[in-house]
Write a protein that binds this ligand. Structure first.
Ligand SMILES: C[S@@+](CC[C@H](N)C(=O)[O-])C[C@H]1O[C@@H](n2cnc3c(N)ncnc32)[C@H](O)[C@@H]1O
Length: 270
């Protein structure tokens, strides 16, 4: 129990690695930095930071470069991992025992849950998303604020391949694919890192399957650009893909080996 509220969720494997979530951190800083700066006391939650607190330490460091008032709270459901993280507490960084209820007063400007839902059942995802979205800072249209952000996704052990969903208080907004381009054979290599909501839907008839098929085709068509480097090939590929799919970002992000697409285009059928 935490503050009298039941802890929601289950302990899972604590695998983590230094710098594993750098692509996600950079994207959050770029796309959510203005919103963090707008808040007087922006609180960011690294939910399920794992057996060591590296990802929370790095998130604080990266977000403070764009929003210096940011505070990060690492929340872990396994008490021994909270105890192990405590020596790393410092100004702006603390650790708490808890789960999907998020045992904090107030509404976080950001909740990041990386490699957490992957170990749950697909059927549990919608309820967890709903619960976490309800905890986010609300939108304030009068101030031009879209509200808090939940970033939920999966990556490989060393963070070369990453896919995450970004959700606002109103629900899912976008899906981002991010990769180290030098190690990529084809875009569908990222399929094994799809978040829980999509990984079982990479089958014919589902939108995410059609998207990855089109992505691979565009990549093959852009093969001549490989002589200018994988980055040029990726940029060309995404430009082609954007003719048929609602890509929401532009070349500045594509150069990083990223592409972001509206959630509705990839959402599972039914
Ligand atoms: C695989 S680790 C991920 C560590 C880190 N986020 C990363 O990506 O490197 C997943 C962690 O999430 C924790 N976890 C699972 N369910 C949770 C929940 N409902 N609330 C908080 N932590 C949870 C597990 O105990 C585990 O330590």
């Amino acid at each position: 129990m935490s503050r009298g509220v039941p802890v929601v969720g289950a302990v899972t494997r604590g695998t983590t690695n230094p710098n594993r979530l750098r692509r996600m951190d950079r994207w959050i800083a770029a796309t959510h930095g203005a919103e963090l700066r707008r808040a007087d006391h922006p609180v960011v939650v690294d939910l399920g930071y794992g057996a060591a607190p590296w990802t929370a330490v790095e998130l604080l460091h990266r977000l403070r470069t764009v929003a210096p008032r940011t505070r990060v709270v690492g929340v872990e459901i396994e008490p021994a991992r909270v105890a192990a993280a405590r020596p790393y507490e410092r100004e702006g960084l603390s650790f708490r025992h808890g789960g999907f209820e998020i045992p904090l007063p107030g509404r976080p400007a950001l909740v990041r849950a990386a490699n957490v839902l992957r170990q749950y059942d697909e059927a549990e995802v919608a309820a967890v998303w709903q619960r976490l979205c309800a905890r986010l800072a609300p939108a304030a249209p009068g101030r031009g604020s879209p509200g808090g952000l939940l970033v939920e996704g999966t990556c490989d052990e060393i963070g070369r391949r990453h896919v995450w969903v970004a959700l606002g208080p109103e629900g899912p907004r976008t899906v981002t694919f991010a990769t180290r381009l030098g190690s990529l054979e084809r875009p569908s290599d990222l399929a094994e890192r799809l978040p829980k909501a999509l990984i079982h839907r990479n089958v014919p008839g589902e939108p995410v399957h059609a998207f990855l098929r089109d992505f691979d085709r565009a990549w093959a068509a852009a093969a001549p650009y490989a002589s200018y480097g994988a980055r040029q090939r990726w940029i060309r590929t995404v430009r082609d893909l954007a003719a048929d799919w609602p890509v929401t970002d532009g070349p500045a992000r594509w150069r990083q080996g990223e592409v972001t697409v509206r959630w509705e285009a990839l959402a599972p059928r039914g």
